[in-house]
Structures are given as C-alpha cells and as structure tokens.
Design a protein around this ligand. Structure first.
Ligand SMILES: [Zn+2]
Ligand SMILES: [Zn+2]
Length: 229
C-alpha cells in the first residue's frame, strides 16, 4: 500500500495523549471523535463551573455568547444534577454575572456570538481529526480504524481536510465501503418488513436506521460519559 512507509510505523507523535485517547475511543461503539468531543465538552463545562470561574477572559467570552446554547446548557444541567462535585451554587455564580451583563447590554441591542462551548467543540473535533490522520499513517492505526465503527460524516469531512495523499484515499475507500454496507442494510430492512416477505432481519439490518442517524448527524449521548466525580 503506498501510504505505508517502512521504518516509520510509529512516530514519536503517536505516543501523544490524543493518539492514545483515539485508540481507546476506536474500541467503543459509533464515531470515536464524537465520543472524544463529548468527553471534552463535559470536562470543559465542569471546569467552567470551578477552576476558571474566576477567569475574567473566560467570563467575557461566556458573556459575548450570552450564555450557553440549549444543547450545552442541557449537558451542564446534567452535570450539576448528577455529579456531586458540581453544585447548583457554582452554576448560579456563573449565571449571576451574565444577568448583570445582559441587563447592561439591553439598551444597545443584543448581539449574540456563537456559543463558547460550540466553538470549543469544533476546535476539539478538528484537533482530533488531525490526530486521526496522523494515526492512520501506521498499519496498526489503519487496522484499528478498519475494525472500529468509523467516523460520522461531519467528522469524516474534517478528517479528509486534515489528511493528504494515501491517507485521504484510505479514508475515502473506507467510507465508501461503510456507506455501501449501510445502504444495503437500509434496503433489506425495508424489503423484509413487507407483509409478503418472510425472511429473518439481521441485527445489522434492524439497526441500520439508527446507524444512519448518527452516521449522518453525529452521535448524541443520552448519559454523561466523561467520568466526572
Ligand atoms: Zn463524529
Ligand atoms: Zn453550544
């Protein structure tokens, strides 16, 4: 394979924390980058409540986006309710300053910038996409990725941007094979659900519509996953 470079199967960068996390996430179900981004989001929200709550720059960024978007507010809510280390008082302190800021801004019109956590999540996803392109330089990395559930389409787009040459070809070929399999399963699920067809539906076919949801839209997690105490 032309993306295989003898003697450089394991570069020093491969020992980095991000590559280790990627390898772990590839052993879990669904898109590994969605999982790592979600873990990062949870830790970032937790830090917002605590370590950085006295950080003026972070507060300013938070004010410019007029708080969190509904999706990130929902994750923050779960952290406060479900994790003993996060208290309602910490969330209250954070939003108290926001009330004063927005009251002051009312006269000038409310110009809302992008949610600070959405911006952070996109940066994190692009960083991991670049790390994945690095990981795929090794034969082991490609083997592990091939055995994983692969990327969602939004994160595949980032990885294709980050990859070059043979790695990009590998990602395209891999994605085309996964999409062809998904398409086939979606077709068979419909056919076998017809009243006049009496054939067993395989687990892959039964799950195909759910896979399509995360594959095209990205993974949404029902529970907290980051291991916050
Ligand atoms: Zn994803
Ligand atoms: Zn957001």
């Amino acid at each position: 394979m032309r993306f295989f470079r003898p003697g450089s199967r394991r570069g020093p960068a491969e020992n980095s924390v991000e590559l280790v996390r990627l390898r772990r996430a590839m052993g879990e179900p669904r898109c590994p980058i969605c999982r790592l981004v979600r873990e990062s989001e949870e830790w970032r929200l937790w830090l917002l409540l605590y370590e950085h709550s006295g950080d003026p720059e972070l507060h300013r960024r938070f004010e410019r986006s007029l708080g969190l978007c509904s999706r990130h507010a929902e994750i923050l809510k779960r952290i406060v309710i479900q994790r003993p280390s996060a208290t309602p008082a910490a969330a209250a302190r954070f939003y108290e300053t926001l009330c004063a800021h927005v009251r002051g801004a009312l006269g000038a019109g409310l110009l809302r910038q992008r949610c600070e956590l959405c911006r952070y999540a996109e940066d994190t996803a692009r960083r991991y996409a670049a790390s994945l392109a690095e990981l795929l330089r090794s034969a082991e990395g490609r083997r592990d990725y091939g055995r994983s559930d692969g990327l969602c389409i939004p994160h595949l787009a980032y990885a294709l941007e980050a990859a070059t040459g043979g790695i990009r070809d590998f990602l395209r070929t891999d994605a085309a094979a996964r999409l062809a399999a998904l398409e086939g399963n979606l077709r068979e699920l419909q056919r076998k659900q017809r009243y006049d067809v009496h054939e067993g539906i395989t687990p892959e076919e039964a799950n195909a519509w759910r896979e399509a949801l995360w594959r095209f839209g990205g993974v949404e997690f029902d529970d907290l996953i980051a291991g916050i105490p």
